[in-house]
Ligand binder design. Structure first.
Ligand code: PGA
Length: 253
């Protein structure tokens, strides 16, 4: 089943890189990844760099994504960016990253609205889920994941589920240098796929599940070789072209 899913490596640049810096990084990635086949690669720069990065990516298979979006198409939402605005630039939008949930008040309900809006616009969400350290230590991880999956995918029809990528990102592993072990990450990703199977049947085999949280060139290969891990959502290491390139190459089947 894994063979039918193309590995997917996405770089979440977070609040890093001016437009000029973003272009430099993208040119490095374009050169380093030229001709690579069998792996889907995307970069998700800040909003302010999208207009510069889009033409810089011309002639490359690297896809462009955003890190967040508002669910409404327009209106009085000071400081927000809508899907029609982003659609000129991106194919992919990261939704519900734990930093958005933690610092910007996003909830399972607001995440669900955004997922539905992104799918309705024909774009592809990367839906982020994951447990806190406290939940992990209390043995609540799978309950948390089940709740997050079910809430975020509420009303998502079977016909659209294959356009969703799920990023399993244990919050304690993000930016800490302490990744989950490959076995633990596989166990959680298999559990998530099981949740998808109970809702969508065999379509669950078409959904890509990434692992995220301190992915590096050193651990990427072992993680992505696992049967239910179909790639990675990469933060810190996506800001260095050599590291991100090595991670993308490690994903080659
Ligand atoms: P990290 O971040 O790779 O720096 O741990 C991952 C993420 O937040 O998506």
């Amino acid at each position: 089943m894994k063979q039918t899913r193309i590995p997917f490596i996405a770089g979440n640049w977070k609040m890093n890189k001016t437009a000029a810096e973003a272009i430099t990084l993208v040119y490095e990635l374009k050169a380093a990844l030229a001709g690579m086949e069998g792996v889907e690669v995307a970069v998700c720069p800040p909003f302010t760099a999208l207009a510069a990065v889009k033409p810089a990516l011309a002639g490359s298979s690297i896809k462009l994504g955003a890190q967040n979006v508002h669910a409404e198409p327009k209106g009085a939402y000071t400081g927000e960016v809508s899907i029609p605005m982003l659609k000129d630039f991106v194919d992919i939008i990261i939704i519900g990253h734990s930093e958005r949930r933690q610092y910007f008040g996003e909830t399972d309900q607001s995440v669900n609205k955004k997922v539905l809006a992104v799918l309705a616009a024909g774009l592809e969400p990367i839906l982020c889920i994951g447990e806190t350290l406290q939940q992990n230590e209390a043995g609540e991880t799978k309950n948390v994941l089940a709740r997050q999956v079910s809430a975020a995918l509420s009303d998502v029809p079977a016909a659209e589920i294959s356009r969703v990528t799920i990023a399993y990102e244990p919050i304690w592993a993000i930016g800490t240098g302490r990744a989950a072990t490959a076995d633990d990450a596989q166990d959680r990703c298999a559990y998530i796929r099981g949740q998808l199977r109970s809702k969508y049947g065999d379509l669950a085999d078409q959904v890509r599940i990434q692992y995220g949280g301190s992915v590096t060139p050193a651990n990427a290969g072992e993680l992505i070789a696992k049967p239910d891990i179909d790639g990675a959502l990469v933060g810190g290491a996506s800001l260095k072209s050599a590291d991100f390139t090595a991670i993308a190459k490690a994903a080659k089947p």
